[in-house]
Design a binder for this molecule. Structure first.
Ligand SMILES: NC(=O)c1ccc[n+]([C@@H]2O[C@H](COP(=O)([O-])OP(=O)(O)OC[C@H]3O[C@@H](n4cnc5c(N)ncnc54)[C@H](OP(=O)(O)O)[C@@H]3O)[C@@H](O)[C@H]2O)c1
Length: 334
């Protein structure tokens, strides 16, 4: 249980943007970004078949293929199978996240959380990633944001399909850990209530950030801590707005979020703290957090992330955020 001893550090690299999440990224720029992560000492990489219909896995695999496999930790996801057949990426139904990965590969993607599809997806990921093994496998997006009101039925398919396969692979030592990779707290809360199967960790994206953490603090994180199940925090910049970008929740940030970020930025300026340091160190301060995985498409971002982690964030800054009710009174801070 838990993955802290498995991970080579608390800063990983998330490859969703390398699947052309928001824009078409030249291959050289994508490769240079992964190279920069490696050169800066990052040794944990998170990816998924969904990220550009295999594009992020292919790009990550291309760079990592030349590195010693024992020196890095790799997580990918199951639940979406990428076919050879093509489709119009702009016509995909991605629920409230419509428009994502429009610039990715045009391969047809099908949602499938059954046992057979899980095994097939892993085989396909191994090929795209040019490796013979995965360390962590997350069951991807079994939540309302992608599956609407049918999400509980999808969850049930995954519980009796993907969950059991991954638990078996973990028990056999084929993978080292498994869990869910989701943007919502509900599927994690449900899973923490199950007796069997038991995941090692969860990748929770966007729900333990400076901008959104109240719900996770209530039930999910106390239960995870009690059960020794670790958290990887995805989307620590809320998809960009907390790092100087324009996106929040993978869409153009609404005015009230922009205004809240401006209030946070006023305090970061007053205390001489970078907003990236505030975002990453906030997520890591919870004892359940094993790592943060910010994403990026430009090599220069990585040095910023590494510097943000090393920055000294004064207690007075966290106190000021609390005072102005910008973070929960219950949120642990470093
Ligand atoms: N369901 C799931 O399992 C799930 C869901 C979401 C995320 N995740 C994981 O978490 C990782 C991180 O999430 P994320 O990549 O979606 O979002 P994020 O880490 O919150 O934000 C990434 C964005 O921040 C932008 N950024 C970084 N530094 C910047 C700067 N100095 N100025 C302006 N913009 C800046 C990057 O822009 P550039 O592209 O211009 O560098 C990138 O688009 C993902 O890659 C994935 O591995 C998992």
């Amino acid at each position: 249980m838990g993955i802290k001893s498995l991970l080579p550090g608390t800063l990983g690299f998330g490859t969703a943007p390398l699947g052309n999440m928001f824009r078409s990224i030249p291959d050289e720029e994508a490769a240079a970004t992964v190279e920069a992560a490696w050169d800066q000492g990052i040794r944990y990489f998170d990816t998924a078949p969904f990220y550009g219909a295999g594009l992020a896995e292919l790009r990550l695999g291309e760079v990592l293929a030349g590195r010693p496999r024992d020196e890095f930790v790799l997580s990918t996801k199951v639940g979406r199978v990428i076919l050879d057949a093509l489709e119009d990426p702009t016509a995909r139904d991605l629920g409230e996240k419509g428009g994502l990965f429009e610039h990715g590969r045009p391969n047809k993607m099908i949602d499938d959380y059954t046992a057979d599809a899980t095994l097939r997806s892993i085989e396909d990921s191994l090929t795209r990633l040019r490796t013979d093994r995965l360390d962590i496998v997350w069951v991807h997006d079994i939540a309302q944001d992608f599956h609407g009101d049918d999400w509980l039925a999808v969850y049930e398919t995954a519980r009796t399909g993907a969950f059991r396969v991954l638990q078996r692979l973990r028990d056999e030592g084929v993978i080292k850990a498994w869990g869910l990779g989701v943007n919502r707290v509900e599927p994690i809360e449900l899973t923490l209530d199950l007796d069997e199967p038991r995941p090692d960790a969860f990748l929770l994206a966007g729900r333990y950030t400076l901008l959104d953490h109240d719900r996770s603090l209530q039930r999910l994180l106390p239960a995870a801590t009690e059960q020794g199940v670790d958290m990887v925090v995805g989307g620590p910049y809320s998809s960009g707005i907390l790092a100087g970008g324009r996106h929040f929740e993978y869409q153009e940030a609404p005015a009230e979020i922009v205004a809240k970020v401006e209030r946070i930025k006023t305090l970061t300026a007053e205390h001489g703290v970078s907003i990236k340091a505030a975002a990453l160190q906030f997520a890591l301060a919870h004892p359940a957090t094993a790592a943060v995985v910010p994403g990026a498409t430009r090599p220069s971002r990585i040095a910023e992330d590494v510097a943000a982690l090393a920055e000294d964030v004064p207690a007075a800054f966290w106190a000021a955020l609390r005072e102005e009710k910008l973070i929960s009174a219950d949120a642990p801070t470093a």
